[in-house]
Design a protein around this ligand. Structure first.
Ligand code: SF4
Ligand code: SF4
Length: 346
């Protein structure tokens, strides 16, 4: 187990945190079990968001409203607001505190905002966050983004104590640059999408790669107990990057070279109800995992919806990776039809 200081927040946490996005998809009993198991085995950092439906409520439920068994001060809670207005932030923080059954949030993050709020920029966003800090409702201010330029601007502003950004062994020099700048500015780096939206095959290699960066805190999004057990076992065994894991990373990098859909789902919603984040990476998915679940009548129906794309371009404006989504969908659909017909074997 490794302890990390989360930059200038001064918060000391276990290096591996719990990403509470996937617990939206399980019931309260299951999420109670997962969250408690994570905590009882050393995880003490839990990252959620106002936008993750009932995830905040589920954390509070698992920790029984933070009683003697689960003391509030032993658990670091980060949540996020998607709002970019004073009114929205004030409303969101009250909702979050209410759902989390607590009177403060350790790290309050702006959730993928369209700009970097600063003092006196006219938006009143940063002033509102400072006000919440003065009132003791939030302890630290963080910024989350998928965009390199915004993350750099947030770091250089010296206004944010943590940056949350996608980071995995597929990351490029840009992400490495953000990690390094965070270290230089003493800003906590929280790594999201360390499994690249489920596309990476080796959780052990993903874990070992991030373990390698002393100022990086990954938040592992887990939905099933087996997934949690994997990460807990790596923490216990103190897994490090060895030759075998480095070789896995090398092969995966070669296979996933170039532009691909990370599965972040920021492009949703599609007016034609196309499940973009699943359809746009079908070609990769079906080759990297057992293909049968991707060939069911339901999956075929999902892929057929691509025919209904009206090329409105709405999704493209929201993709942080600048992907030409309609084109990517078409390519995936053509490939999928060939796999279905047997013309291409996977
Ligand atoms: S371009 Fe196609 S996939 Fe994208 S939002 Fe419009 S209809 Fe949906
Ligand atoms: S197409 Fe872009 S926005 Fe949509 S899921 Fe993929 S990477 Fe994310």
């Amino acid at each position: 187990m490794t302890k990390v200081r989360l930059g200038k927040t001064g918060i000391e946490i276990e290096k591996n945190g719990f990403g509470a996005l996937p617990i939206q998809r399980v019931n309260f009993d299951e999420s109670d079990y997962l969250v408690r198991k994570a905590y009882e085995n050393g995880m003490n950092f839990f990252d959620t968001a106002r936008s993750y439906t009932d995830s905040e409520e589920k954390l509070a439920s698992a920790f029984k409203g933070f009683n003697e068994e689960y003391p509030r001060e032993s658990i670091i809670i980060a949540t996020k607001t998607p709002s970019e207005t004073r009114e929205g932030i004030l409303k969101d923080i009250e909702t979050s505190l209410n759902y989390l059954q607590t009177d403060y949030v350790d790290i309050y993050q702006l959730h993928n905002p369209s700009f970097v709020p600063k003092l006196d920029d006219g938006s009143e966003v940063y002033e509102t966050l400072l006000e919440l800090k003065d009132e003791g409702k939030i302890r630290h201010i963080g910024y989350t983004s998928h965009k390199y330029e915004l993350a750099i601007e947030a770091i250089n502003s010296e206004l944010y104590e943590t940056i949350q950004f996608p980071f995995s062994y597929l990351s490029t020099h840009k992400e490495l640059d953000i990690v390094e700048r965070c270290r230089a500015h003493d800003i906590g780096f929280i790594a999201m999408k360390a499994m690249s939206g489920g596309l990476l095959r080796s959780s052990k290699a993903a874990y070992a790669y991030l373990e390698h960066f002393e100022n990086v805190v990954p938040i592992w999004g887990v939905q099933r107990e087996e997934e949690l057990d994997e990460f807990l076992s790596y923490m216990k065994d103190d897994v490090k990057l060895d030759d075998e894991l480095s070789e896995i990373i090398k092969i995966e990098r070669e296979e996933l070279e170039g532009e691909f859909c990370r599965g972040c789902n920021y492009c949703a919603p599609c007016p034609m109800d196309i499940e973009i984040f699943k359809c746009a990476r079908m070609s990769l998915w079906i080759r990297r995992f057992p293909p049968e679940p991707s060939l069911t009548p339901e999956s075929q129906e999902m892929m057929k919806k691509i025919e209904e794309c009206i090329e409105c371009g709405e999704c493209k404006t929201r993709c942080p990776y600048g992907l030409d989504i309609p084109e990517l969908l078409k390519k995936n659909y053509e490939d999928y039809k060939k796999i279905l017909s047997g013309e291409i074997k996977v």
